[in-house]
Design a protein around this ligand. Structure first.
Ligand code: GLC
Length: 466
């Protein structure tokens, strides 16, 4: 079975968030189950693309309304990714240093049209088109409605929602950019008065998945305006928890770590990584180290970090290290904490540093208000770091509280007091060295790799091909 994943991001080529990690790992785990899963993404102006060689396998011209763009389909040569990587090169629109900008309608529409134009020419078509998020959300519509793509109509489409907050809205005035279709079906494109690619994909895809069972349930109550639609379409919706790539996230072999470790050497291994972090960031290595990695946005609870950190540092003997960037106001507010002896941060993103933090931290904070799946808690577990999470979405599905016989610290809801209380509880847990170290040792082998979830996807594909 040939599966084509169509996405805006794919690790390690272009990564903004967890979407990249999923698209970079899932195909390989599907391949182990016998499918031929490959990936197509836009061709961006980034380091990976500059340092690798691509072969041009197709050239064409696409029509975006009245404008015509030349495009090329590139295939990565000597791929060590495990799957075939195809890139859509539309230089004027997509060859940018960024993945997303403020107005992406034309960029991603052109990407989707080029992908479908190329598929039209293939003798052997994919058996399933697996689209991810709103950037590829018009594909299910175009292959079922646009006259141009009628030969692709029978290919089942799957949409995976990684985050329903972003829907790709654009105005009806731009409808002419979409390859022509029977206008009586315009309603499929619309939600609440504008063109809504995510809503459209929920309507038109054969199956809709999201990245955890709990998030699927939550979406029916809170989906940034799409609640009724998701409830209405619930028969074709399913939550499949993400996994993590155990080949990349392996404390025994990860080349990014200061010291590698296994289940038996977890205590000394984590100590060495923590020592390096504390020296680099001027923190006391004898205090429990609490870390946050991620975007500084409201969804992640970041607007409360300043107050949470200030209160927690006052009430407990702990250190805090933050890696991420986001809202400028939050960044500025947090910068005023830099003078505190037990706090430090790296504003920006650094994949190597992230790996060392997962390995060297004692606790990882994830007070997300919304978390469709969350991968960071799984990376933390894999590196023997105890997660502290708000019990929602994927966090609820993957972290069980120590008081319920589990291995993490959970709080219900996000407020300064609730998160601070969870941090205090963790600091207390840390003082029970024996119990704390036993926890680090056991969480390292909890299997959140893709092997289970990849099977669920393959079963889903098979059910669509029947
Ligand atoms: C998005 C979600 C995150 C999820 C990731 C991968 O970034 O916010 O929760 O883990 O996609 O599916």
């Amino acid at each position: 079975m040939n599966i084509l994943h169509i996405s805006a991001e794919c690790f390690p080529i272009a990564k903004v968030g967890g979407l990249a990690d999923v698209v970079g790992a899932l195909p390989n785990y599907q391949k182990e189950l016998g499918t031929n899963s490959n990936v197509v993404i836009p061709f961006f102006n980034n380091r990976f693309n500059q340092e690798h060689t691509f072969e041009v396998i197709f050239t064409g011209n696409l029509q975006l309304g009245e404008t015509s763009y030349g495009f090329r389909i590139l295939k990565l040569l000597n791929s060590t990714l495990g799957f075939d990587l195809f890139c859509v090169d539309i230089t004027e629109l997509l060859y940018t240093e960024y993945v997303y900008s403020n107005d992406d309608t034309e960029r991603f529409l052109a990407f989707q049209i080029a992908t479908l134009d190329w598929l039209l020419t293939l003798k052997e078509k994919p058996d399933i088109l697996h689209t991810h998020d709103h950037h590829t959300g018009l594909i299910p519509f175009m292959i079922s409605q646009s006259f141009r793509y009628k030969t692709l109509k029978e290919i089942p489409t799957v949409l995976t929602i990684h985050n329903a907050q972003y829907q790709g809205w654009f105005s009806h005035e731009k409808t002419f950019l979409i390859p022509s279709f029977d206008k009586k079906n315009i309603g499929l494109l619309d939600w609440d008065g504008s063109i809504n690619p995510l809503a459209c994909a929920i309507k038109c895809a054969w199956s809709v998945t999201t990245v955890s069972p709990s998030y699927m349930e939550e979406l029916k109550l809170n989906a940034n305006g799409l609640e009724a639609l998701l409830s209405h379409e619930s028969d074709k919706c399913v939550g499949i928890i993400n996994g993590i790539d155990w080949n990349v996230w392996d404390p025994e072999r990860d080349p990014k770590l200061i010291k590698n470790f296994s289940k038996t050497t977890v205590v000394s291994g984590k100590k060495a990584n923590k020592k390096w972090l504390c020296e680099k960031f001027n923190l006391d290595k004898n205090k429990p180290l609490f870390c946050f990695i991620g975007r500084l946005v409201g969804e992640k609870g970041a607007d409360l970090f300043f107050d949470i950190f200030k209160k927690s540092l006052k009430e407990n003997t702990i250190s805090i290290l933050l890696l991420g960037s986001g809202h400028k106001e939050t960044e500025q507010q947090l910068a005023t904490l830099n003078s505190h002896a037990d706090y430090n941060s790296f504003i920006g993103y650094d994949e190597t540093l992230a790996h060392i933090i997962y390995a060297g931290a004692d606790f990882l904070l994830m007070p997300s208000r919304v978390e469709p799946c969350g991968l960071n808690q799984m990376y933390a577990l894999r590196y023997g770091t105890t997660p502290i999470v708000n019990s929602i979405g994927g966090l609820k599905d993957t972290v069980i509280d120590i008081e319920d016989g589990g291995y993490g610290i959970c709080h219900d809801g996000v407020s300064i007091d609730k998160v601070t209380a969870a941090i205090s509880k963790a600091a207390l847990f840390y003082t029970d060295k024996k119990r704390f170290q036993k926890n680090s040792r056991s969480i390292l082998s909890i299997d959140y790799s893709w092997s289970h979830s990849a099977k669920e996807y393959v079963q889903l594909y098979k059910s669509l091909k029947l």
